[in-house]
Design a protein around this ligand. Structure first.
Ligand code: IMP
Length: 177
């Protein structure tokens, strides 16, 4: 089934059942890998809210969650692009941190943000992403927990937006034109 959002058409790509099954598998691995470690999930808003919520519900081990939003601005010549995390109130020193992203595209966002988190000396730092456009990679990111590798096509739904629209779809659709 095709839908229209603003000026674009989108067609089905991943059903809610396929997403749910993949999240079950990711949660099972996290439950196993982080048993006794009380991990802190840090989902990046807005895109990851649905994924993070469904993933978190499937964790059966003690775990915490703290959503953040990233604001990016141009720093000085020596600092380059700076990304600041808004809302990270939990101290991550010595914590087992899992950054939760909706999609890793060029890898730029995480290539700037992960070193900033690492600087705060967490015990461990891993990435869990629902989608990865491997072909679009400019900055390689090590994604320990990956939902789906997808082609370099624009997608919406399940938290992902096209100009602010489409986040509320319960499945993921890809651009059709
Ligand atoms: P990166 O910094 O290039 O890896 O981009 C990551 C961000 O770009 C994601 O968190 C999304 O907000 C956005 N993004 C990249 N590709 C898509 C897409 O196909 N649909 C919606 N948002 C996307």
């Amino acid at each position: 089934m095709a839908i229209h959002i603003l000026d674009k058409s989108f067609k089905s790509y991943l059903s809610k059942e396929e997403i749910a099954a993949r999240i079950d598998a990711l949660a099972e691995r996290i439950n196993h890998d982080y048993a006794g470690k009380n991990p802190l999930l840090i989902p990046i808003l807005n895109g990851s809210f649905m994924f993070a919520s469904d993933l978190f519900k499937k964790l059966t081990i003690p775990a915490e969650i703290s959503f953040i939003k990233l604001a990016s601005y141009k720093g000085t010549q020596s600092t380059g692009n700076v990304i600041t995390a808004i809302g990270l109130e939990t101290d991550i020193f010595q914590r087992h941190v899992i950054v939760v992203e909706d999609i890793v595209d060029t890898g730029k966002t995480l290539s700037i943000f992960l070193p900033q988190l690492a600087h705060q000396q967490p015990h461990s730092l891993n990435v869990c992403a629902l989608l990865h456009k491997k072909e679009a990679t400019v900055h390689p990111i090590d994604i320990t927990y990956l939902g789906f590798e997808i082609p370099n096509l624009f997608v919406v739904g399940y938290g992902l937006d096209y100009n602010g629209q489409g986040r509320n779809l319960d499945c993921i659709m890809q651009v059709a034109d």
